[in-house]
Design a protein around this ligand. Structure first.
Ligand SMILES: NC(=O)c1ccc[n+]([C@@H]2O[C@H](COP(=O)([O-])OP(=O)(O)OC[C@H]3O[C@@H](n4cnc5c(N)ncnc54)[C@H](OP(=O)(O)O)[C@@H]3O)[C@@H](O)[C@H]2O)c1
Length: 275
């Protein structure tokens, strides 16, 4: 057996990707082109972001072979009904120019509809509209239900994940199910970048706080998808793959999760992760 690839998760998702929300049009196209040129091989988009066509254009213009990059897109909550699911995914495939590597349900549907939505995701996979399927913003309980329902293994759960939120129970469940966790909002905005513990570790390593936060994520085998259209930031974020944090540094950063500072939909659409 070959040793694990330090650049990819256990099921071969490139650990450092480019987030693309809220980039649109020419700006999104330029950012994706820049990222691919720098060596990014994982691009995160969604029907909701309105930039799948821009992502598709940039990927095509890159000249990279299809097997050399990993595209993730997500079905909008407004498109999960029986009448819209498949046509929305057809639209994504057309805009991207090719079936995505990974198709996610963007947010959990109401409980009563969960099984039917997972069935539609599986049908899309069977029909060849994507190479793999997964979910986003699913709590432990919802993830178990989805995994039980799907005859096709789910590849990933994309959720808010950064040093100031404790997602250890969810990560344990994702691993138990043989899936990869993909971290959105990985830089946690200023809350993470100005944290004094991360700042101290950053000074010790002679690196910006952003690289420390991203390294803490990828060192756990979790993929991270920071968004930026700035070349300097994109280059720096990629450097998270090329150094290591000590066990003590990892523990000190993990302890910050007790602050429980969820930044995306703290009380509305997102369920309690651990339930
Ligand atoms: N599944 C979901 O429900 C969901 C929800 C939210 C997000 N997402 C996905 O996850 C991606 C990332 O999440 P996010 O955009 O919310 O948060 P993020 O990537 O943690 O933060 C983005 C912000 O960080 C800044 N930044 C990037 N690199 C930096 C660096 N090296 N130093 C300092 N600042 C830096 C960017 O500003 P500059 O432009 O100045 O670089 C931008 O303002 C999104 O783009 C989207 O693709 C998914």
């Amino acid at each position: 057996m070959s040793p694990p690839d330090p650049m990819r998760s256990a099921n071969a998702i490139p650990l450092l990707g480019l987030g693309t929300y809220p980039l649109r049009g020419a700006e999104a196209e330029r950012a994706v082109a820049m990222a691919l040129e720098l060596g990014y091989r994982h691009i995160d988009t969604a029907q909701m972001y309105g930039n799948e066509a821009a992502v598709g254009r940039a990927v095509k213009a890159s000249g990279l072979a299809r097997r050399d990059f990993f595209i993730v897109t997500k079905v909008d909550p407004g498109n999960v009904s029986a009448s819209r699911f498949r046509s929305s995914v057809e639209g994504s495939v057309n805009d991207l120019g090719d079936p995505p590597d990974l198709l996610l349900v963007h947010w959990p549907p109401p409980d009563a509809e969960l099984d039917a939505v997972i069935d539609r995701l599986v049908e899309a996979h069977r029909a060849g509209y994507c190479r793999a399927i997964g979910v986003s913003n699913f709590s432990v309980a919802l993830l178990r239900r989805a995994a039980q329902r799907s005859p096709v293994p789910l590849m990933a759960n994309q959720v808010e994940f950064h040093p100031l939120i404790d997602q250890s129970k969810l990560l344990a469940e994702v691993r138990r199910l043989g899936m990869t966790l993909i971290a959105y909002r990985p830089l946690g905005r200023s809350a993470v970048l100005n944290d004094p513990v991360i700042g101290k570790i950053a000074t010790k390593h002679g690196r910006p706080a952003s690289e420390i936060a991203l390294r803490w994520i990828v060192q756990q085998g979790v993929a991270a998808i920071p968004m930026t259209a700035k070349r300097g930031h994109a280059e720096s974020n990629l450097r998270a793959l090329s150094f290591a944090l000590s066990e003590d540094d990892m523990r000190a950063i993990s302890a910050l999760g007790a602050q429980n500072r969820r930044l995306v939909s703290p009380s509305t659409t997102a369920k309690r992760w651990d339930e």
